[in-house]
Write a protein that binds this ligand. Structure first.
Ligand SMILES: CC(C)(COP(=O)(O)OP(=O)(O)OC[C@H]1O[C@@H](n2cnc3c(N)ncnc32)[C@H](O)[C@@H]1OP(=O)(O)O)[C@@H](O)C(=O)NCCC(=O)NCCS
Length: 220
């Protein structure tokens, strides 16, 4: 097995650790988290240092990959860019739970995580650094742009498009052919029957735009 590091060590990272262990493709050398003391552990894996320690750690462990295990889309994008700048040769890997279902003609970008019970149906394109969370279902011919996320239990119809950095929150349902604009948030439990503008927060049944949203605003 090849050694990788996970960048992040919080609750989302625990789930990603579980996926990497169950998938059995990579061995986790340790965790990168600049806000914790090296040697502290999550699920038995030590914090090795912060992002600035990565070049030295890359040489020490002969790392074959990195996975950014951070749930917030904008923070994940920022940290992924930082890791790429520090270690340009270190590839980002994907983590797909063995109990996820990935259909034919599906493309899944580097750095993306697909969790237990998720369904990605045929002809979907899932970009880089996306999250398809526990029991989320992305139906045929959907597109998730880079850094987008589906929270647990989201259901989409076919031919939907989730814009870059957009977050569809827990349990939301999207009718077929729906477009969610970039950097937007669909609130928990929403029923989305029409397009959601970019840079906005929308929720409810049916979902309505509630307000504008700036990139990076908190939503979790
Ligand atoms: C969309 C979201 C960011 C809205 O946040 P917000 O606008 O700051 O909402 P607030 O908590 O300030 O609540 C404002 C009002 O909107 C209501 N509201 C908030 N989210 C709602 C939703 N998803 N559906 C219906 N009403 C909602 C609140 O009940 C509150 O109503 P009140 O004023 O009558 O009390 C948030 O509710 C949400 O859904 N976050 C996603 C969480 C998630 O999915 N986590 C799992 C990730 S793995």
């Amino acid at each position: 097995m090849q050694d990788i590091v996970l960048v992040g060590s919080s609750g989302h990272a625990k789930v990603v650790i579980d996926i990497v262990e169950k998938a059995g493709r990579y061995r986790i050398a340790g965790l990168i988290d600049g806000f914790r003391t090296p040697g502290e552990e999550t699920l038995g894996y030590p914090v090795l240092g912060g992002p600035s320690d990565l070049p030295a750690l890359n040489a020490r462990f002969d790392l074959k990959g990195a996975l950014v295990a951070i749930g917030d889309n904008s923070v994940r994008a920022r940290i992924a860019a930082e890791v790429a700048a520090l270690c340009p040769q270190l590839p980002f890997v994907t983590a797909i739970h063995p109990a996820a279902s990935v259909g034919n003609n599906v493309a899944i970008g580097a750095g993306t995580v697909v969790m237990a019970g998720a369904v990605v149906n045929p002809c979907c394109q899932v970009g880089r650094f996306c999250i398809v969370n526990t029991n989320a279902s992305l139906d045929h011919d959907c597109v998730m742009e880079d850094y987008a996320s589906l929270a647990p239990g989201v259901t989409t119809g076919g031919n939907c498009r989730i814009g870059s950095h957009a977050a569809v929150s827990i349990g939301a349902v999207l009718r077929h052919g729906i477009t969610i604009g970039e950097h937007s948030v669909v609130g928990a439990g929403s029923l989305v029957l029409g397009p959601v503008d970019a840079f906005s927060i929308a929720y409810g049944t049916p979902a309505r735009k509630i307000r504008d949203r700036q990139p990076g605003d908190k939503y979790l």
